[in-house]
Design a protein around this ligand. Sequence first.
Ligand SMILES: *Cc1c(COP(=O)(O)O)cnc(C)c1O
Length: 427
Amino acid sequence: MSSNAQLFDRACRSIPGGVNSPVRAFRSVGGTPRFIKRAQGPYVWDEEGTRYIDYVGSWGPAILGHAHPDVVEAVRTAALDGLSFGAPTKAEVELAEVLIERLPSLERVRLVSSGTEATMTAIRLARGATGRAKIVKFEGCYHGHSDSLLVKAGSGLLTLGNPSSAGVPPEFVAHTLTLEYNNLQAVQAAFDQHGADIACVIVEPVAGNMNLIKPAEGFLQGLRDVCSRHGAVLIFDEVMTGFRVGPQGVQGLSGVTPDLTTLAKVIGGGMPVGAVGGRADLMQHMAPLGGVYQAGTLSGNPVAVAAGLATLRLIAQPGFYEQLSRQTLRLADGLQQRARAAGIPFAADAIGGMFGLYFRDTVPASFAEVSDSDTDAFKQFFHAMLDRGVHFAPSAFEAGFVSATHDDSVIDATLDIAEAVFGEMKK
Ligand SMILES: *Cc1c(COP(=O)(O)O)cnc(C)c1O
């Protein structure tokens, strides 16, 4: 048996930083990442055989809990018929039809293999369809790792942003305007100045990549109005929120209809599936019908599609989201009560099967506010919980996820452990 520490040492000799996606490396909390050997329901087990209650959920996909038997069976059955064909399949048509049926804003949908591909494609499509170059995004929203989206806000409201990654030439983000989340006035000002050049606004309609931040009353409708007025495409990036916050994503909860939607995570049920969908007249611009190029060797992969279809079928059961929301709220409220009883500045928020934990007095509404939380307290909390068998995301700036298998006994066990941890933190 190898320990997590031994495996991490070994990993670092063959993989940069020992991980295949940076947040897994525990850099913002310190310590050694757990190497997961297997997972079932609400639990993951590491290579040392230690069991953890898991609130990472593969960063969103595991909405049914890990290794749901029906999903695993669907994957096994599909695999027996071949892993990939590079030709159309009936199952991918079924997945497209299910997505269109569930999300009223979707008239056509193209399957890809990740959220990054979906957002990159949506932006190219918006630019191709409008013939405009500029895009608007919001500080703290993450839309995958394509060049023009790796940008941080400049110092002034309408100054150009800077690349947030080495290897992205400033010219590549020169058309990306980065504005403050929940600040409609900034959006209005950007359109006043650049309206005729703005192809699209892309937004996480509930932000889940700067911890959890909900849209302020009227923010999404305001984006809808300003985009319609200026002929810009409104893109809801529902890669995280789609089928996670409710049966129709944030668009269903808010009643605001985007022109394009990007999806991934839950729709793949733990396998690599992404999607971009929306208005037929916009989607018509994609190759082979139109001039916007997009392709993928493994797009609509039959094994991945089988996992997605099985997942979408199971989450359509009556009462699924009521139960998921109830359990998530029970966790968030329970943690807040116990932290505050221990005198620790703490707030929590939840929507559907997503939650946010903040070591500050109030729920934040922007990147600036969430950045103003006690990250040392978070680190202490994270490690103390991990030592006692509860695995939260290893960063104060990530949302958490609850699955359908997090029943009362799992949530209560978490809250009991948290009460002990908060009590110790006070000292
Ligand atoms: C996870 C995520 C992405 C990127 O998806 P990948 O599958 O990791 O490429 C894009 N947008 C949002 C909102 C996400 O949460």
